[in-house]
Design a protein around this ligand. Sequence first.
Ligand code: ADP
Length: 965
Amino acid sequence: MQERGINSTFKKIIYESSEMVFLADDTYPYNIFYANESFEEFIGESLKERNLVGLGLDINAYIFKEELILTHGDKDYSFRLELPQESSSNYFLFYKGKEVKTHGLPGKREIQQFFKNGLDLIAIGQHDFLTYLNAAVKPILGYEPAELMNTSLCPYLHEEDLEKIRSFWKSKRKQDELGFFESRVKCKDGSYKYLEFSVQFTAEYFYLIGRDKTEFYSESVKTKRLNQLRKKGSELARVATWSFDPESSSFEYDAVANLIFEKQEDLKVNFENSFSEKLTDKRSEKKLEFELLESELGVVAEYHDAIQGTGFWLGVLSDLSEKKNIERSGELLKNILLSSPDPMLVARPGGEIYLCNEEAKKLLGVEENREFEHLSDLNVLFEESDEWKDWIDIPANEEGSRRFSTLLISNLGKQLTLEVAAKSLQEKEESFVVLSFRNISEKVTLEKTLEESSDFLMNLTEQVPGGLYQLVLDQNGKMSFSFLSRGIASVLGLTQTEIEKFEDISGAISRVHPNDLPQVIMTSVASARKGEPWQCQFRVKDNSDSEGYRWVLGAARPQALENGDMVWYGYLTDISQQKEFESKLDEARRTAEKASQIKSDFLSMISHELRTPLNAISGSVYSLLQENPNTSQKSALNTINFAVENLIIMINDLLDFQKIEAGKLTIEKAPFNLRNLVEQVMKGLSFHARDSKNDLQLHLSEGLDMRVNGDKTRLSQIMNNLITNALKFTHEGNVDVSIKLLDLKNGRAKVYFEVKDTGIGIAPENQTKIFNDFDQVKPTFSTKYGGTGLGLSITRKLLNLMGSTIALESEVGKGSRFFFELELEVSDQEVQVEKPVIGSTQDFSKLHLLMAEDNDVNALVLGKIIKKWGYTFDRVGDGAQAVEILKDHQYDCILMDIQMPVMDGFEATQEIKKNIDTPVIALTAAAKLEIMEKIEECGFDGFVAKPIDAAELLKKIKEVISEKN
Ligand code: ADP
């Protein structure tokens, strides 16, 4: 101690001091070389030989401090440090040592230091305003401590947190205790920081420590959010977690698991049944992975050995149904493509086939079992190989599809035209080309045919004479040509360039002849209104002749379109030549008509002129025959008579023919007895038969004795004709006339007529000819047999008018058979029985007649006939005289010629009939219909044709007189 300059007094003081005192070297490591008794008592052991460094005291840190703390054996002791005053001294004195109450608590200065420089915000306040803030307020919130001093805490807290803090403040302050709260605190720059506070309330003060937890807070918000998302994600992916305790054999699930199980009730049972045993048994395996196929669940399990032997399984459960569905739909899509009825193929960009359906194989001619792996396998089918490369040379992601047309030779050697549609497809980094094929061979052929037929039609349109057009009338009433063939130009006399501008209808109209325009317009309007075809002949301007017009025929058929437009498809054709021809024809027709009229007039005139002399001849022969001629005279007279009769028949035929030609012959319908009529005709011809040395026989069937309605005159004429011909062309043979009743019902009788002879017959080539007008088998016949060749023609025409046809069977040298059928109405009227002339009550032995006849020869002949009958007569030369003489003379009957000078027979009879009712018989050579009608109109009682048949006249005279009485 001496060497350190410590005197004994000081030493004694130290030694006896009740406080703890010790001394240490002032050099490292500061050995404690002396400690008093109290020190050792307090500390409980001697610290001699120990040093301050060894006790954990850094003396340098205390050089300027008055007090230092020595820690030893869990206790702190405070000492004051006395640095030596003398330079010679080399020790440190530690004195006033005492045990510090709280272990580890720093001294006041440290604490203040700690307060001021602490990293956390430390504040002291009263009620709710601040009285102290440490420097940490600056780095944390940006305020200087002085700025916040004596201000209220509230404005700095986030208003959303304020309410909560207020109630916390109230509840804690009273209890004088420690509390915690969190709040967002407003920084000087206006932003907020998240601070975690602990607050200690005392009776007067509150002590607040705040820690910046902003980072932690945002981190925790992030974590929270992330967990939410994770949950959502696992919900979406349907991945759940579960745990299994093998001891209790119990499962625990998270919410997603419940969601999965919610779907199917038995799923959970299924899962637990299949796993509980396995998990209990296979703990040693640590890790298991399963797929519950029927439940569509994927399971991964891990065994965790918490404490030896008491572990548990943790696992993941995923719902595979979605995945399976996707797999299934993938499979389905693939199958759809494979079984598509359209040929389809999917290739990779290099040309390898990824998928190819059967239809495509079939179309491309890939044999059924042959592998089809690469498009280059198709090379044999192309004319140019590698054509397939174009199909797949498509940039990935190209919008739309590309189309190709390719010629292929199928394995059957047939040439096909294929349409290939190609589209690129990008699927998860993989590229494909989808190809679909269509066999368009038929379409191509059809298009070609169409094109050809369209060319053909176009050609036809151009080549046909005249022109074709299409005219449209739209809803606004505008008419325009939508098509004009080239021919139109030539019909309208326009050039090709003119026709191209020729759209509007007005152009066409301006070319029409003004006189024809109204008709063109009217017919067009009518066609449009009624939708009927249009046809019109009109003239159009002729460019080749500035003055002239050409005739055009236009025809069109209208069609109403759905949009309301009307379209005409039509043609125009030049008919100028036809028109010219027509006008010539017209002229010729007029000339012919005139000639025919002349002919008719001539015939009428000639027959009249012929009848008059014939009348004279016939009358004369008749009277000569009455005067007992000798045999040779009689024969001569008979010859004349034959000739005259023939001539009369001829003239009658001619007149009939003319009448039929003029359509003026009508078939009467009056009741008559059929049988009587036939017998009458036969009777009339019996002389003729005898004369021709033929056997004429009539064969009548039953039931012909009946009344029918018909034209008895014309029927007799027909039979007469046929029988006369038969007699004429048969020599010493048979002529058989057969009439049969074929049918009788509904008031109608079907009757068969036949005239059969054994005469010369008619050659087949003449059998139709003989029914023609004026036709005879041989021209020489007329000289041999007489006749005009009109008889059969008239017969045929008459039968036609009666609704029947004549038929003929004949063989040369064997004979002929003419036959026909007639349908006659059975009459319910009484047949007008002809008044029995002979044997009636009337006395016809003496009659007084008036003859009005201008022709002296006729008058002479007629006079002679009358005298032969034993009657008397007066003759007048014209009608006027007849009227005159009748004023004071009476006659039984008047015979009135028609054609007379001064007053003709018609006028005279009309005059006569005004006053008296004496019967008047017309004597006429003209048998023309109009004369017949006029005869009836004028009041004649009957007529007899010239040349006069004496017997007929006598019969007529008796008839008309009997009627009057
Ligand atoms: P024609 O007045 O000349 O007899 P028809 O028209 O009655 O005129 O007859 C025409 C021709 O038909 C006759 O000329 C004759 O050649 C022939 N023909 C008519 N009937 C017979 C018949 N029964 N046998 C043979 N030939 C006949």
